[in-house]
Design a protein around this ligand. Structure first.
Ligand SMILES: [Zn+2]
Length: 340
């Protein structure tokens, strides 16, 4: 797509160049805007299509790690973080009516996870499953629990991503759509209350995907946030499914408004965060966003953005930033128009 048509398309797509403002789809069919945006992205990437399928060896890592015993962290009498080694964090709320699960780890870790959840004090059968987003590290128990008739709650965008094959142009990885039985059955758009004490909502800024949600366990004051924040490693800013670095800024600010000083924040990866940690993450993403937007406006490309070390003061804690910076920079193409 030419420079001219990209400028021309941006306003039509409802693109907002200011961070922190929610992205809104244009048109009545929600998927319509996303489809158009994906076409735009493919064009912006110079036609990055025709990608190879993921090598089988890449799928083995989680399965090998799943052999070790899961770790359980008690947050309250009825609330736990359960982590199969090598897999993402899962939160389980036990109760008389059964277990509410936030995320289900990878498919390879699912059996070990569900056994560990069943062994929690006061655990009954799983009665509700949340998907914080569509990534396979979170949706690996959808098949088993969906087949057992457990309702699966996810944002509508997450449901849509799980009904289609997704390809990542940066590494050629392909994700197959989930079978019908594994797809979310209770999609929502904005926010809702599962029951008194458990509320959840979409992060409409489009953070690391456009379907990211939070679940807030109010009596325990625990906020579960998926991959939007982490003290352990940079996120994949998945612009193929609508995520962008400006959305990371907006979402972390939004989470700060939901939480309070005593809230514990559970990410998909790494240790539980404090409110101060969340605040630091919001500041970090705001800083990085400003730097990348400046580089983009000066006509720089992804490799120059990496070379400029826009994350340098955070790298000691967060790790090698190169892939993150590349994805974050590329994510700006979908939302900011450099030649406007
Ligand atoms: Zn993710």
């Amino acid at each position: 797509m030419s420079r001219l048509s990209r400028v021309f398309f941006a306003p039509l797509l409802g693109v907002d160049s200011g961070f922190g403002k929610p992205y809104t789809y244009v048109g009545t069919v929600e998927n319509q805007g996303r489809y158009t945006r994906r076409v735009l992205l493919k064009a912006a990437l110079g036609g990055a299509v025709g990608l190879a399928l993921v090598a089988p060896g890449q799928l083995l890592a989680a399965g090998q790690a799943a052999a070790a015993a899961p770790a359980t962290l008690r947050l309250a009498d009825d609330l736990y973080v359960v982590t199969v080694p090598g897999a993402a964090n899962v939160v389980a709320r036990t109760g008389a009516g059964g277990v509410v699960l936030v995320d289900g780890a990878s498919a390879a870790a699912s059996d070990a996870l569900l056994k560990a959840v069943a062994a929690l004090p006061g655990a009954g059968p799983v009665r509700t499953l949340f998907n914080t987003h569509w990534h396979p590290e979170q949706t690996g128990s959808n098949q088993t629990l969906g087949a057992a008739g457990v309702p699966i709650i996810a944002h509508e965008n997450t449901r849509l991503w799980l009904t289609t094959d997704v390809k990542w142009p940066w590494n050629g990885q392909t994700f197959k759509r989930l079978p019908k039985v594994a797809q979310p059955t209770k999609p929502f758009y904005t926010s809702a209350i599962l029951e008194p004490g458990i509320r959840y909502g979409h992060l409409p800024d489009a953070a690391h995907t456009d379907g990211d949600l939070y679940v807030f366990f109010e009596p325990q004051n625990v906020l579960v946030v998926g991959d939007v924040v982490s003290l352990q490693g940079w996120p994949t800013v998945d612009y193929v499914s609508g995520g962008w670095i400006g959305g990371m800024v907006g979402a972390t600010q939004r989470l700060l408004a939901i939480a309070n000083e005593q809230t514990r924040i559970v990410p998909a990866r790494g240790p539980v965060l404090s409110y101060a940690d969340l605040k630091a993450q919001a500041g970090m993403y705001a800083t990085i966003y400003e730097r990348l937007a400046t580089l983009l406006n000066r006509g720089r490309g992804p490799s120059e953005a990496v070379a400029a070390k826009p994350t340098k003061e955070f790298d000691a804690q967060m790790g090698n930033p190169d892939e993150f910076v590349r994805r974050a920079f590329e994510s700006l193409w979908a939302y900011l128009s450099p030649d406007a």
